[in-house]
Design a protein around this ligand. Structure first.
Ligand code: SF4
Length: 305
């Protein structure tokens, strides 16, 4: 299997698209990385954003394609407003963000350009980048692609989205999300081990597993939390999120017509509280939970469209 761009097998979609020849796979992207936006971002977990902000780089395209994607304006290839960048250009913007006092470099949905992103991190380290580099990813990842970042990625910020295969099939058309995500997170934890923080409480190394609760899916969330607690324990940080916001236009961008009815509402606050209580009772030492209703578009960046 090719882990470069010709006959692409970089993600578990395994399209085999010849991106070197300008073809696009499910991720909607050819071989030239496109960055829509880069800036300091303050909406991540406190150990990532801190007061100074996280140096966030938003890549276009995505290999998962959830029907409720908050970043649908840039994730489904509907626009091509981003700037094409090679590894050298990317390393330069990491240095620029570091110069803005960012706590880290936070690469959002970069894995369909893994070879170039890997090279960009190596180049940036050569230019003197000392802050941690985080890969902010969906959890639906090839372990071989993750291995490209062994020793290069400091922090994995990974989603863990679904337990049920019928749910993952409905949301993004993949029935194997659970098995793929568990193998991927096993690899992330193998690489990073337990979380490490600096003297200010900022994360230097480790894995944060994020789970966004979905409307009416309390049972799915409980199964995911049980799996994380049993399998990874205190080797990971758990971030339980309540900010699900219906995005009717996201599904249009995915080529479908209508958002399934069950995703048209917000999550039940009592369900979120129940899962927060459950996590607290588990005694897990490193959990983030949100205070108040974090849904809405407050933290959605103003993408170039
Ligand atoms: S990264 Fe894109 S082209 Fe490559 S296998 Fe995944 S969806 Fe297909």
């Amino acid at each position: 299997m090719s882990l470069e761009y010709s006959g692409c097998f970089l993600c578990p979609r395994h399209c085999g698209a010849d991106r070197s020849a300008g073809k696009k796979g499910f991720c909607k992207m050819d071989a030239k990385p496109r960055v829509n936006l880069f800036r300091l971002h303050y909406g991540e977990e406190p150990c990532i954003s801190g007061e100074e902000g996280s140096g966030t780089v938003f890549f276009e395209g995505c290999s998962l394609g959830c029907v409720f994607c908050q970043n649908y304006l840039i994730s489904r290839g509907a626009t091509a407003c981003g700037t094409e960048m090679d590894a050298e250009d990317l390393s330069d913007i990491y240095m620029e963000l570091a110069g803005m006092n960012a706590n880290n470099i936070n690469l959002v949905t970069p894995m369909h350009w893994a070879p170039t992103v890997r090279d960009s991190i190596i180049l940036a380290r050569g230019k003197g980048l000392t802050i941690p580099v985080a890969l902010n990813i969906s959890g639906y990842e090839n372990t071989d692609t993750l291995k490209m970042f062994d020793g290069l990625c400091d922090i994995y910020l990974t989603d863990f989205k679904f337990y049920s295969s019928s749910l993952s099939s409905k949301v993004c058309g993949v029935s194997d999300y659970l098995d793929v995500a568990v193998s991927a997170i096993d690899e992330m934890v193998r690489q990073k081990g337990a979380p490490v923080f600096d003297e200010r409480g900022m994360m230097r190394s480790g894995v944060i597993i994020r789970h966004l609760m979905l409307p009416g899916q309390l049972f799915d969330t409980k199964k995911i939390l049980d799996l994380i607690l049993d399998r990874y324990g205190d080797k990971v940080i758990i971030s339980l999120m309540d900010q699900y916001t219906p995005m009717p236009r996201a599904i249009e961008a995915c080529g479908n017509k209508k958002l399934p009815a069950e995703f048209a509402g917000r999550i039940n606050p009592d369900h979120y509280k129940a899962m927060c209580d459950y996590l607290m009772l588990s005694g897990h030492p490193n959990c983030y939970m949100q205070e108040g209703d974090a849904s809405g578009d407050l933290w959605i960046p103003e993408f170039k469209v």
